[in-house]
Design a protein around this ligand. Structure first.
Ligand code: SF4
Length: 341
């Protein structure tokens, strides 16, 4: 796939993660590869159980081990092998290299501290890790500045508030502020607009896109909502059952999705978003990772399933200028040969 003239910042290769418990081992991520270029916004889209949040946590080495166990793969960020760096280096990377904004801003923020203390602490941490301590005056000015960038009116008043005194949209912007004052190169946003009304959601997405454009900030946007990803992402990775099943530019995925699962995600969008004829929304429940079917993991819900789909799992391979994992897009002779083998 063409790389739109960005240089690479993050390269995740064949990452596999299991969760191990007394009930057994569950494969949560299977050979996931993902690339993020400098200044690029990449969407990771899929329903619950697709592994997208696990992927975000793994990139930051934030998974609890145990129960999580990385069984294979590599994560190279800005030239550093994240799986091999020591704790001190990891601490620096998490502060000023990359960090994550979580879905539940009320949980992410400390309820007993005012906004001013929480953003101020992030600024101090960033200053220490860069060996450039900031004065109280500089810190205060930076806090006001970042809240203005995030379009929070009357920032002086916001700084004096406790998290529970803010609306959901304001809290989410405070969470983003705490991340961006550390001037990371990569920001991972996990469902940043879930639970917010459409107006606030659009406002936050516009702000996020502006931050990326103005500061060259790279982002991974994790979401179950294809419309959210399509609004701001350059490329989209569609995930299903811990696997990447399609990768393409946003407009490709939105206008002409190829993988049947991507098609059904598009079919679930509000009317008028797409000219495509309506397709059946996937039948059945999201996948239970403890009991996945053989062959293609989407086959029980796929309207195009063939005999081979139940026997053999397709690999993620190039098709035209995108990547796809589906027998529908394999050479017909390959499918016939495998059907009759
Ligand atoms: Fe459907 Fe088969 Fe493609 Fe899987 S491989 S998505 S079951 S057509």
């Amino acid at each position: 796939m063409p790389s739109e003239n960005f240089s690479e910042l993050l390269n995740v290769e064949d990452l596999s993660v299991d969760f191990v418990s007394v009930d057994g081992r569950v494969h949560v991520l299977n050979d996931v590869s993902l690339r993020v270029n400098r200044g690029e916004i990449v969407g990771v889209v899929g329903e619950s159980g697709s592994g997208k949040t696990t992927l975000g946590l793994a990139i930051l080495r934030l998974l609890d081990t145990p129960p999580a166990e990385v069984t294979s793969g590599s994560i190279i960020f800005d030239g550093k092998d994240i799986m091999k760096i020591d704790e001190a280096e990891l601490w620096r990377v998490r502060g000023t290299g990359m960090n994550m904004v979580f879905q539940e801003s009320l949980i992410a923020l400390n309820p007993v501290y005012r906004v001013e203390s929480q953003i101020g602490e992030s600024i101090e941490v960033a200053g220490k890790s860069k060996n450039a301590p900031v004065s109280g005056k500089e810190k205060h000015e930076e806090m006001l500045d970042v809240l203005k960038q995030l379009c929070l009116d009357r920032p002086e008043i916001v700084l004096k508030k406790y998290p529970h005194e803010l609306s959901g949209g304001m809290r989410q912007r405070v969470s983003i502020a705490m991340s961006i004052v550390q001037t990371p190169k990569l920001l991972i946003l996990d469902e940043p607009t879930t639970g917010l009304d459409a107006y606030v959601q659009n406002r936050i997405l516009q702000i996020v896109r502006k931050l990326s454009r103005e500061f060259g900030l790279s982002m991974i946007l994790i979401t179950h909502d294809l419309t959210v990803a399509a609004q701001i992402c350059n490329r989209i990775y569609v995930m299903y059952a811990g696997r990447v099943v399609e990768v393409g530019r946003s407009e490709q995925i939105l206008e002409q999705p190829l993988h049947p699962y991507s098609e059904t995600l598009l079919a679930a969008l509000p009317k008028g978003y797409s000219d495509s004829p309506p397709l059946p929304v996937p039948q059945g429940e999201p996948p239970d990772l403890r009991r996945l079917p053989s062959g293609c993991k989407f086959n029980p819900r796929c309207p195009y399933a063939m005999e081979i789909c139940k026997r053999k799992e397709p690999e993620l391979t190039g098709f035209e200028d995108r990547l796809i994992s589906c027998w529908k897009y394999s050479e017909p002779q390959t499918v016939v040969a495998l059907q009759t083998a």
